[in-house]
Design a protein around this ligand. Sequence first.
Ligand code: FAD
Length: 432
Amino acid sequence: KIAIHWFRRDLRLEDNAALYHALKSGLPVLGLFIFDRHILDKLQDKTDRRVNFIYQEVKRLKAELEKLGSTLLVKYGFPEEVWPQLTEELPISQVFANRDYEPYAQKRDKQIYDILQSKGIKFTGAKDHVIFEKNEVLKDNGQPYTVYTPYSRKWKEKLNDFYLKSYPTQAYFSNFYKSNPKPIPTLEEMGFVTTSYEYPSREIPMGILQNYHLKRDFPATQGTSRLSVHLRFGTISIRTLARLAASTNEKYLNELIWRDFYQMILYHFPYIPDKAFKPEYDRIQWENNEDHFKAWCEGRTGYPIVDAGMSELNATGFMHNRVRMIVSSFLTKHLLIDWRWGEQYFAAKLLDYEMASNVGGWQWAAGSGNDAAPYFRIFNPALQTEKFDKHLDYVKKWVPELNTSAYPKPIVDHTFARNRAIERYKKALEQK
Ligand code: FAD
């Protein structure tokens, strides 16, 4: 009899909650990763950076397991078809996995739970992706928080060493199932193209954490940690990072709390990828001008800071947080384009795409979110640039054609757009 640890967004051996429980179960543990066709089939771009990143990390994980005399089973298919097959081929008696709070993952895990249960196999989940999940941080009346500040206060009150402690998986590495290496499908066999990208480092940059509160808002400097992709796929542990943050820089810890907050919100309000958190915001009459949308996507709006952000995103799959706030506000307010269009574009492009944070960020920008800025507060791209990229270092890096005749004129006038947005929002919100 064996146990399976099913890796998903926890691509590491160290400090991994469900893997720890698996290794302590007394059964030999075999690792599994499934390249899930429900997700892959939807991706249009066959050079997708995320798929390449995952592939690279899966290979690293497999090599680490092979050093320990075990291996990683790697499958390509639909989980609901892969699992019944696996249960025929292997003497599985228990399955372990870390919980994932996205609506698709919740549905998938329920389905796999039922399949396994019908075969007498126990499926055990663990919390690993966040510090506090689901109902762990609630208001005194038992309801989930929808506003960040009181949530973060309660989060900090509840925090103690227990929640930040690493799971010492290394002590149990001898419990991995002994196996010869197994072949894995190539990216090409799965319909993708191998490309080489320079991914952000997995090392925690302590110097950046120390100065985070001073430098985080300036996109031209390396002032943020760039760990988002590693948190997304679990190539670093949130406990390890939060422990360092708690003893180094509270501002940085606050950002990790935003991440927990949005995960908790998505869990409790799973409709928010499709609908406004505040329903009255779905009454807004969007312009949805396709030419404007295309200009925004391609970084041709004539607003340098917006175009710089989109150009960084298109070239690297990353965009600085301050600039994400500016471009999302510009799309929803200046261009009056439905936030879902922007959310989808980010979803296709961001290396660190995380549904909870992306939907949270977009609904915040559109004003429709649970804890969003009031609708009449509209970012002025020129003032934002003056404050955060005074010498235009960031803008010039990503828009080298600035100050040439090739650079487009603004596609909307700022004052006109501002007034139009306020009126349009007001109309929607005043309707009964
Ligand atoms: P740092 O500033 O070093 O922060 C450390 C970590 O804290 C990040 O890696 C991230 O995990 C978390 N974090 C920081 N800010 C936020 C935040 N506002 N909300 C939630 N978590 C946060 N973040 C994503 O991880 N995936 C997304 O798809 C995503 N989409 C966004 C869309 C919009 C419109 C906006 C305004 C923000 C979005 N963010 C998203 C949040 C934030 O921009 C990124 O997490 C951050 O820029 C990543 O860079 P970093 O790792 O250097 O962050």
